[in-house]
Design a protein around this ligand. Sequence first.
Ligand SMILES: Nc1ncnc2c1ncn2[C@@H]1O[C@H](COP(=O)(O)OP(=O)(O)OP(=O)(O)O)[C@@H](O)[C@H]1O
Ligand SMILES: [Mg+2]
Length: 228
Amino acid sequence: MELIYQGKTKDVYSLKDGNYLLKFKDDVTGEDGVFDPGANTVGLQMEGAGQAGLRLTKYFFEILQANDLPTHYVDADIDKAEMIVQSAKMFGKGLEVICRYRAVGSFLRRYGMYAEEGQSLDGFVEVTLKDDDRQDPPISADALDMLGILSLAEYEEMKDLTIKISGIVKEELAKKGIELFDIKLEFGRTGKDKKITLIDEISGGNMRAYKDGVYIEPLELERLIVSE
Ligand SMILES: Nc1ncnc2c1ncn2[C@@H]1O[C@H](COP(=O)(O)OP(=O)(O)OP(=O)(O)O)[C@@H](O)[C@H]1O
Ligand SMILES: [Mg+2]
């Protein structure tokens, strides 16, 4: 296999059959040793974070597949912290799709003049460009279309998938008395028909979840959802 990309929390290898292998690392995004799912830097290392992230990802992707939602998931080896996925073509150089149920994080930093912390947002969807140099700027559907990154019809399809997928994750957390505040997803095009597909991961590292008003760290979230 061939290393094609070293990300902040995962390394990506291409396999002979055309699939990719994602190697989950123990690196976690954040700043000054404090975890932040929205951060663009590796802030800290947590032993077991890679395996925990993969375990949660496998858990959610299998539920999504059972619900006929398109994901890149093929197989996972938790001990090795490796996941096999269908290779995907990115929209531009990659997008992040955020679904928000409560106002926290960058939403509050941007719109704090109008929004109150923790205010209900009812599954609000927004898209940002994966562009670390420009701090992942938010982008509208019209701009995505105009810049040739994604057509308006594709945007609607991706938004619809985001609402369904995030809703399922929210429901799963709710079964354990945990509330999902926000979640970040990634999509790409897979297969000959270039189908819009959920890629990357779904773990504690890309969502904010709270129990009894207290934020739950990624490793703790994995323990509450998968191990208990
Ligand atoms: N099925 C797939 N096909 C192609 N690329 C994928 C697929 N799944 C995930 N990726 C990409 O693999 C990379 C994994 O790296 P990692 O999660 O460390 O993120 P990153 O690029 O450093 O940035 P970020 O922290 O913003 O996610 C990401 O760039 C992600 O978009
Ligand atoms: Mg990532």
